[in-house]
Design a protein. Structure first.
Length: 221
């Protein structure tokens, strides 16, 4: 197991909170305009309460993001990105009347949907795929890969857990980590499984000292 110094969390930005709230406000009104059966006032016990709820969701997401997003890897201005995309991402996951239950799991779902650089955390079901060259020459593997995988509930098959997958799909068990070797022909050969990334990283470093796997990978990077 590796010991890591965790980076300090960013501080919540009121501009980002407002951007989330405004984006969600606009997306909900657009949804209602296209679905006449929805009435925001009825869903939220009044428009004033709806306004409070979208602000609360914006605050909740921004606080979560400050703990879990690698802002150094963003190519966009954070509040602008949220204003443009946050509301529609939320409604791709939850209908307006379900927003009252917006929680930490929903924060993760939206972040993955937006392809935000989520920092690996063993407590979060984040899809990770890391490939690194074998620094030791004249061996059977030219590269090694660490891949998140899950077991299918239906047939027990091991399935790669990748970026487009639902992290909370009840058709699969909990994600874990598999180490593969890649030969000269590009064929994957399974080596070992571990519950955490850190455990598998330690094994990879024993097999190939100096291999350039990151201590703390980021989703999508």
């Amino acid at each position: 197991m590796t010991t890591e110094i965790q980076p300090a969390a960013a501080k919540p930005d009121s501009a980002a909170v407002f951007a989330c709230a405004h984006s969600l406000w606009e997306a909900c009104h657009e949804h209602v305009a296209n679905h006449k059966e929805f009435n925001l006032s009825d869903c939220f016990n009044g428009i004033d309460q709806f306004m409070r709820e979208v602000m609360a969701i914006g605050k909740r997401f921004e606080e979560w993001a400050c703990e879990h997003i690698n802002f150094d890897e963003l190519n966009d201005v954070w509040p602008y990105l949220l204003e443009e995309k946050f509301g529609k991402a939320c409604l791709a996951h939850l209908l307006p009347h379900a927003l009252l239950q917006f929680n930490q799991s929903d924060c993760l779902w939206v972040a993955l949907h937006l392809r935000l650089p989520v920092i690996h955390d063993d407590a979060l079901p984040i899809p990770i795929e890391q490939t690194a060259a074998n620094p030791i020459g004249e061996t059977g593997f030219r590269e090694f890969r660490i891949q998140t995988v899950r077991d299918s509930i239906e047939d027990g098959d091991v399935v790669a857990f990748i970026a487009d997958d639902d992290p909370f799909d009840e058709g699969f068990g909990e994600r874990y980590f598999a180490l593969y070797g890649l030969g000269e022909e590009g064929k994957l050969e399974h080596i070992a499984d571990r519950k955490t990334y850190g455990e598998l990283l330690a094994l990879a470093r024993k097999l190939a000292p100096g291999i350039a796997f990151p201590n703390r990978p980021t989703f999508g990077i």
